[in-house]
Design a binder for this molecule. Structure first.
Ligand code: UD1
Ligand code: CA
Length: 454
């Protein structure tokens, strides 16, 4: 049995007051469409397609930034969810069973997809609607049952006052036997309060319908306004804290802490306030992250302290202490036992084990060995205004305070640069490089005597 997934993502979402498609509105800094695609990936469909429409180029740009194979279909006019599904006929024809999802309902999850698929196969229905019971059904399609048997989905605007009271709603996620869906789509009409082709009408057209009530009612939640989006963010944020605490992560308070849904953190790690951890970040055990840290797409080892650190696309090995007030820019690897102090910026560099970069230093495009010591205020001058060059520093070198290393340049193992030196040529191992004017002493300097008299 081959399975396909069609994600409807063509809508505009006017009430969001955005210049971007609604499905790109973010929950925990990930577009809602990204959440849906992630759930679809975890389920493991044979094929995934997305129907774009409003500002399609932006949706397509996001889709192409992802790694999985996704077919894109374009809906020229927003004629409703039924019309949107029609655009993906090519995909529907190529699989036995198709799952249609809404790109604006980010909390659909792998478990609901798996259980509902099993239910769909066992029930023998040609369409299975995933439903949920919620306290306030306003805005959702209601699940209509006759003598307990599921017969139709009625949209809010088309509901009778009695029907409007029903609290079981359509999540917008469905399983269809492809042949039944292909037969039903041409029969849809726009004879309803909105004048749209409703995918939901397929239930009555197909007839052999089942409803699977999800154990997780959050799967129906979507956002139509910024207020709604904030609610989704708050719910998602709390869910991440729940998961992490179940995995042994500590918080003294969650004030100002935002952690992305895909972040993994080891046990006994403490996250301090005003810390934002996003993307595909992994953090090990027994770390202390924060306060005031911003970590994106990083791989952090065990026993690491990141105090007031901004780090992006970098790797930090075990037993490292960074901060306060340091930045790791993309392409940086910090090896085990390194200490990085205040006002240090490191970019696209590899810093060897047990090296110390304690204060006010910039290292860019550098390869630094083990046990190197940087004095205060060292700079790799990696850019000549046109090209970038590398600096290489051997094991156990000692870089004196205020050294400028004019790249491309090498400092050998065990070599020393004298404080204040501007190094423009290779420093051999075990040597001292001094680039400095001699200190001249002029005695009885009259100006200071006169100043003192005043
Ligand atoms: C839809 C369902 C409703 C369900 C709700 C769950 C219909 C008629 N109604 O309502 O029963 O409770 O989802 O969230 O399906 N889209 C397109 N092209 C269009 C219209 C919509 O691609 O022409 C996409 C949107 O981008 C969105 C999804 O389809 O991702 C759902 O559309 P939306 O207009 O939000 O439907 P709802 O009114 O929420
Ligand atoms: Ca919606």
């Amino acid at each position: 049995m081959t399975t396909g997934c069609v994600i409807l993502a063509g809508g505009e979402g006017k009430r969001m007051k955005s210049e971007r498609p609604k499905v790109l509105c973010e929950v925990l800094k990930k577009p809602m469409l990204g959440w849906v695609l992630d759930a679809a990936n975890k389920f493991g469909f044979d094929k995934i397609g997305v129907v774009t429409g409003f500002k399609r180029e932006l949706t397509e740009e996001y889709i192409s930034s992802r790694t999985e194979t996704i077919s894109v279909y374009y809906q020229k006019q927003r004629l409703g969810t039924g019309d949107a599904a029609k655009q993906a006929i090519e995909l529907i024809e190529s699989v036995d069973c198709v799952c249609v999802l809404c790109g604006d309902a980010p909390f659909i999850d792998e478990e609901t997809l798996k259980k509902s698929f099993e239910y769909h196969q066992n029930s023998g229905a040609d369409v299975t609607v995933i439903t949920a019971e919620i306290a306030d059904p306003t805005g959702y399609g209601r699940i209509i049952r006759k003598d307990g048997k599921f017969t139709a989905i009625r949209e809010q605007k088309d509901c009778s006052p009695e029907e409007a009271k029903i609290c079981e709603v359509n999540s917008g996620a469905y399983w269809f036997n492809s042949k039944a869906l292909l037969a039903a789509l041409p029969k849809l009409t726009d004879n309803n309060a909105n004048g749209e082709f409703y995918l939901t009408d397929c239930v009555e057209i197909i007839g052999k319908a089942a409803a699977y009530t999800s154990e997780n009612p959050d799967i129906v939640l979507g956002a139509n306004t910024r207020q709604g989006l904030l609610e989704l963010n708050e719910k998602a944020r709390r869910n991440v804290f729940e998961r992490l605490m179940n995995e042994g992560v500590s918080f003294i308070t969650t004030d100002g802490i935002i952690i992305g849904a895909d972040v993994e953190i080891g046990c006994d790690t403490l996250i301090l306030p005003n810390t934002v951890i996003l993307g595909n970040t992994k953090i090990g055990k027994n770390c202390e992250i924060g306060p005031n840290s911003f970590i994106t797409d990083c791989n952090i080892g065990d026993n690491v302290i990141l105090d007031n650190v901004k780090a992006t696309q970098s790797t930090v090995e075990n037993n490292v202490k960074i901060g306060p007030f340091a930045q790791l820019r993309p392409g940086t690897t910090i090896r085990a036992g390194v200490k990085i102090g205040d006002f240090v910026e490191i970019k696209n560099s590899d810093i060897g084990e047990n090296t110390a970069v304690a204060h006010l230093t910039y290292l860019g495009d550098s390869t630094v060995g083990r046990g190197v010591n940087f004095g205060c205020g060292c700079v790799t001058a990696n850019y000549d205004g046109i090209n970038k060059y590398r600096t290489e520093i051997g094991d156990h070198a000692f870089i004196g305070c205020n050294t400028n290393l004019i790249a491309p340049v090498k400092v050998g193992e065990n070599a020393t640069t004298a404080a204040g030196s501007t190094i423009t040529k290779e420093v051999p191992p075990n040597s001292l490089a001094v680039e400095r004017g001699h200190t001249r002493i002029i005695e009885n300097w009259q100006k200071n005597f006169e100043r003192k008299k005043k």
